[in-house]
Write a protein that binds this ligand. Structure first.
Ligand code: HEC
Ligand code: HEC
Length: 362
């Protein structure tokens, strides 16, 4: 039985419901009235699109239908910001691939940081969060934006007062986490559940891999450049997720002004290292790099072609390989065009338009 609109992605596991069928009740929330101890949320099993790895879900925070719905509501709730004007979705915007088109997002106090907002896409697979990897899990990540003075700037105690004053939220948290009082850990868990369902796997590239779409000669050429030593992108943005699993320097800074991972660990060998983000939906998520320095994919490709600072301390050895002369790839104009054409095959309209990820109140 499919209960959720995005039928290719979300499938309800019936295991929880079958146990209830003997009670002649259809709504699990009605269970307490018939004398069973407490209502349980409904386990959710995500069936990912073909070609995407099975979804990793931590044991401590299993997905449930109600948990994901609660996380989605919180993600769009402006009450989580000081002046109640900003939600997570203010900087993670659907049509921009759940990133921000501003170079630096502006928080509720009108202040901005020095980093570009990151895309929320396939994050269940990522080993760490933020450009510098300072959050190890999505749950830990979700605790940061609310009190961050450059973002929502609301202390957790005040945020929790607001949430606990809302009877509906109290009921929802009770059902999902079995708690009478909402705390920040459970808020973060709900948001993380929602984010894990934000899976993109229906781009032209995916359809091509499944034999459902054809690439143009230019796109094919781009794919070949991408996944061979010719342009050598695949080492750090590996198929099929196109994200990196280690922190690296692609030599974008030259002189290091943002320490990246090194700012967290303090280790000299980590200075200037960043998370290679997913390239899925990259067409929508401009501007690019941790500091949003490039506005177009053409600029990004030109950077890799001729602008890499090979002398940057800790630059990845991959940026200096023998196919590169002083970091240059020497791509022809046609090859650069092909790479950009290929990158655009990673655009997944079904993802950015998926109603299950959008504001539940609209
Ligand atoms: C004012 C803008 C703003 C708001 C509001 C905001 N974010 Fe972000 N988000 C950012 C920026 C900027 C970064 C990158 C910061 C960094 O790396 O230091 C980011 C990074 C992230 C990441 C890391 C993604 C990755 O690939 O590692 C996640 C997840 C995320 N935000 C989720 C949220 C959630 C959940 C909320 C609401 C509770 C939220 N954000 C609110 C701007 C914002
Ligand atoms: C040595 C590893 C490495 C290689 C090889 C590499 N990248 Fe990257 N890429 C990164 C890292 C690390 C970042 C983030 C850097 C930063 O923001 O400082 C990044 C960022 C990007 C971004 C910006 C993403 C965003 O959301 O802002 C794009 C686009 C990109 N790379 C495309 C490519 C292409 C195309 C190639 C091949 C020509 C390539 N990369 C090769 C490591 C690599």
């Amino acid at each position: 039985m499919l209960l959720i609109r995005n039928k290719t992605v979300l499938i309800l596991s019936l295991s929880a419901l079958t146990g209830l069928s003997t009670s002649c009740k259809h709504d699990p929330k009605e269970i307490p009235e018939v004398g069973i101890e407490k209502a349980e949320p409904t386990p959710l099993i995500i069936e990912v699109p073909q070609g995407i790895p099975p979804l990793p879900v931590p044991e401590e925070n299993p997905l449930t239908i109600e948990g994901v719905a609660l996380g989605r509501k919180l993600f769009y709730d402006e009450r989580l910001s000081k002046d109640q004007t900003q939600s997570c979705a203010s900087c993670h915007i659907d049509e921009h691939g759940y990133a921000d088109s501003n170079r630096f997002s502006i928080g509720v106090e009108g202040l901005s940081g020095s980093r570009n907002a990151m895309a929320i896409t396939n994050l269940a697979y990522a080993p760490g969060f933020f450009w510098d990897g300072r959050a190890k899990t999505l749950e830990i990540q979700a605790l940061e934006p609310v009190p961050n003075p450059l973002e929502m700037n609301l202390s957790w105690p005040v945020a929790l007062e607001r949430l606990n004053a809302d009877e509906k939220y109290r009921e929802e948290f009770k059902l999902v986490f079995g708690v009478d009082w909402i705390d920040s850990i459970d808020v973060a868990k709900a948001i993380a559940q929602f984010e894990r369902t934000m899976i993109s796997g229906n781009s032209k590239y995916d359809k091509f891999k499944r034999g459902q779409a054809e690439f143009t000669p230019l796109e094919l050429e781009g794919l070949d450049l991408f996944r061979t030593e010719s342009a050598d992108c695949f080492h750090c943005h590996a198929e099929p997720l196109f994200m990196g699993f280690e922190y690296l320097s692609n030599g974008v800074q030259g002189e290091i002004t943002d320490l990246g991972l090194g700012g967290i660990t303090g280790r000299p060998q980590d200075m200037g290292l960043f998370k290679p983000p997913t390239l899925r939906n990259i067409e929508y998520t401009a501007p690019y790099m941790h500091d949003g320095r490039f506005n177009t994919l053409e600029e990004v490709v030109e950077f890799y072609n001729s602008g890499v600072h090979v002398d940057e301390v800790n630059v990845s050895p991959l940026m200096k390989k023998s196919n590169r002369f002083n970091g240059d790839l020497d791509l022809t104009p046609r090859q650069k065009e092909a790479l950009v054409a290929f990158l655009k095959t990673l655009s997944d309209e079904d993802f950015i338009k998926n109603p299950d990820f959008q504001d539940p109140d609209k």
